[in-house]
Ligand binder design. Structure first.
Ligand code: GUN
Length: 283
């Protein structure tokens, strides 16, 4: 069997076109959706991510502000900037790129963002809203994974989903979204004794650990949907995911590639969250 590809680039293009239409309608009403992206320090990967986020805003009619600070910025100074952005009516979404330098408490900074502008969905208020099924911003990567399932007509209801990874950014919210969609969800992690035992029973596998070849062909049920959130480099320096793509694509029914799978969807859902925030602000 050869799996069908879930094309994150094509799906992103479609959703971004909808975002651009919503942004144009809001702008015509006098509310230009605005995202503030805050970067502290010079982490090379973070610099690429924030550049791509700002570029995506520009391409789709959103206003964006990139605030770059050197690694010596104090926690108090950063908190003061967050406060000012919370009060800025031109800004509907605030994103503080992680990781932050070690002298800054990331939790404290995220909690300082107004939940109404928490388009990353990392605030405890957003996480709590997801937990109890109330409206709030969903973290962009798992939200994008759900959109990918929807795009191939995969309804998680009644399916067994295995999430590999338990991070606050992906694993835990992914499990919550799948549960909300009535899947039976198993969360596996570094202390799970027999990962393959679980993944072999899964109709949907989401791999989000940040380690190559966590999921190999022998661990996958024929026909399963495999979503690869990983972003790693192989020995030749090429971008690869957590899934052994060449092996697993011969067993799975559907699979996301890396690159061109989940990656573009994360930024797309950030745009969606920012538009939603601006629409709420506009009434
Ligand atoms: N660092 C890695 N991924 C993300 C993300 O989705 N949002 C933020 N703010 N920082 C990140």
């Amino acid at each position: 069997m050869t799996a069908q590809l879930i094309d994150g680039v094509a799906l992103s293009k479609k959703i971004r076109a909808e975002v651009a239409g919503r942004a144009a309608r809001l702008t015509a009403r006098g509310v230009r959706p605005g995202l503030a992206v805050v970067l502290v320090g010079d982490n090379p990967a973070s610099q690429v991510y924030v550049r791509n986020k700002v570029k995506a805003c520009e391409e789709n009619g959103l206003h964006s502000v990139l605030e770059k600070y050197d690694a010596g910025l104090s926690e108090a100074e950063l908190l003061a900037r967050i406060g000012a952005l919370n009060d800025d009516p031109a800004i509907h979404g605030i994103l503080v790129q992680l990781p932050l330098p070690p002298h800054i408490d990331a939790h404290k900074v995220i909690e300082a963002i107004s939940p109404a502008k928490d388009v990353d969905g990392f605030h405890v208020g957003s996480a709590g809203a997801l937990m109890v099924g109330q409206p709030g911003f969903r973290p962009c990567t798992p939200y994008g994974c759900m959109k990918m399932l929807e795009s191939i007509g995969c309804n998680p209801k009644g399916k067994h989903a295995v999430v590999i990874g338990r991070s606050n950014i992906v694993g835990k919210p992914m499990a919550m979204l799948l549960l909300q969609a009535s899947a039976t969800v198993t969360v596996c992690h570094s202390a799970t004794p027999d990962l393959a035992f679980h993944t072999r029973q899964a109709d949907i596998v989401v791999a989000a650990v940040g380690k190559r070849n966590v999921l190999t062909a022998d661990m996958v049920k024929p026909g399963a949907v495999v979503i690869d959130v990983g972003m790693n480099r192989n020995d030749e320096g090429k971008l690869c995911g957590d899934v052994d793509f060449d092996g697993v694509k011969e067993v799975a029914g559907w699979i996301t590639p890396v690159p061109g799978g989940v990656g573009p969807m994360t930024i797309t859902m950030l745009l969606v969250n920012t538009i939603e925030s601006a629409e709420r602000a506009a009434g």
